[in-house]
Design a protein around this ligand. Structure first.
Ligand code: ADP
Length: 187
């Protein structure tokens, strides 16, 4: 399914630190315990302060592919949606679980009135998911969800580093150029 329009209207690419974003919810690439870790998880807990860990302790962890919401504490973001990505093995199941992370995070956002939501590259750090494959799954899943659920106003893909940002820019250009001639490039 290709509708470059909804991508141009509702998806935005940002390069930088997700903890700085002033949105209704940022997504955390957490682990099953929800009790903190390295990478983006560590950065989010550091920036949010100890209230976040205290609330996470009440959640009894999270299954791979699922998502749970907390408040944002000292973050500019109002909420954190914690999801647990798959550890990459190369199987079809990885794809299904990664897609499920994006879908479940968006569903939890909707259920909690969050209209703007920012995602990091779930599973693409320590969990080893190849960034190019993960990027396609992110676009496919979010695009489908946005078609089905008009309640989400904006999805930000937040990339840490120039190389990852360029990968997303190219993917976005590919997915929008056919529908909107002359507006193929990244904004
Ligand atoms: P996982 O265990 O799911 O692989 P990681 O935290 O190791 O999670 O990495 C997920 C992605 O988050 C990586 O692509 C990494 O570059 C990125 N990342 C790390 N810190 C930040 C941050 N502060 N803001 C946005 N993205 C980040």
């Amino acid at each position: 399914m290709g509708d470059g329009n909804i991508i141009l209207q509702k998806i935005r690419l940002v390069e930088g630190d997700i903890t700085k974003l002033d949105v209704d919810a940022i997504v955390n690439a957490a682990n099953k315990s929800l009790l903190g870790g390295g990478g983006v998880d560590g950065a989010i807990h550091r920036a949010a302060g100890p209230g976040l860990l205290a609330e996470c302790r009440t959640l009894n962890g999270c299954e791979t592919g699922d998502a749970k919401i907390t408040r944002g504490y000292n973050l500019p973001a109002r909420h954190v949606i914690h999801t647990v990505g798959p550890v990459y093995t190369g199987s079809q199941r990885d794809r299904d679980l990664l897609a499920s992370c994006y879908r479940r995070a968006l569903m939890v956002a909707l259920e909690n009135g969050c209209k703007t939501i920012a995602f990091p590259g779930i599973s693409t750090g320590v969990y080893g998911y190849p960034k190019n494959e993960a990027c396609k799954i992110a676009f496919d899943t979010v695009e489908t969800f946005l078609h089905e659920h008009p309640g989400i106003d904006e999805v930000i893909f937040c990339q840490f580093g120039r190389q990852a940002q360029e990968l997303y820019e190219k993917e976005m250009a590919l997915r929008t150029k056919e529908e909107i001639p002359g507006e193929a490039g990244p904004r």
